[in-house]
Ligand binder design. Structure first.
Ligand code: GLN
Length: 206
């Protein structure tokens, strides 16, 4: 622990957060878990970056409200706190969720579709280019993809499902950056490649 290290808060109410913590620690960050309101500012009274992990976005959204975390987190994101959001986390950020009439933080000008690759075959692994990062392993688990993004949102990666015969066999937007927000359809924390997290820590340091 040291105040000179980047202080990264990882939302730890549900889902795949531990894997993010391990990678960020291995890259030299100080990591703390956000489980309740009093965790929000970290052990040193400072949060430099936020991770919104994969899991189940509806459950996460409900817990955020129940715990009183929703509005304080939304405000920090809207005010420029660097965020790395994966899968369900990306769903939390999107301004619109296709086919649903409610969004969550709605800080990312994009339309995201949940379980976009189909529920049964929706999990697959591939490798693909991500802008600024290079070729990375991409693990999709009942993943969403972005149907469209605002004109000022940078598309970082487009990927096709590697499962044959799927409706999503063509390429779809799976990674975007908008100002302080990086949002991914896939789970970079489930592979040994750490380059996405390095890219995030660069954003935190900038
Ligand atoms: N299907 C989940 C949802 O809609 C996301 C899956 C994930 O995070 N791996 O929230």
């Amino acid at each position: 622990m040291g105040i000179n290290k980047p202080q990264i808060g990882v939302l730890a109410v549900q889902g795949a957060f531990i894997e993010h913590e391990r990678i960020l620690q291995s890259l030299g960050a100080d990591v703390f878990e956000i489980r309740q309101l009093r965790d929000l500012d970290g052990p040193h009274g400072r949060i430099d970056g936020l991770v919104l992990p994969g899991g189940e976005s509806t459950v996460q959204g409900k817990l955020l409200h129940d715990l009183g975390l929703f509005e304080p987190l939304r405000e920090k994101i809207a005010n420029g706190l660097p965020v790395l959001a994966t899968c369900a986390g990306a769903i939390l950020l999107a301004e619109k969720i296709a086919g649903e009439n409610k969004a969550h933080f709605a800080t990312l000008p994009a339309i995201i579709r949940r379980n976009a690759y189909g529920r049964q075959l929706g999990s697959f692994f591939t490798e693909n280019e991500v802008a600024h990062v290079g070729k990375v392993p991409q693990t999709f688990i009942r993943a969403p993809f972005f149907e469209s993004v605002g004109s000022d949102v940078e598309v970082l990666s487009r990927t096709a499902s590697s499962n044959p015969g799927e409706s999503a066999a063509s390429e779809h937007i799976v990674a975007v950056k908008y100002k302080n927000q990086i949002a991914l359809s896939f789970h970079p924390e489930l592979n040994s490649d750490t380059s996405i997290h390095q890219y995030f820590l660069k954003l935190v340091a900038a």
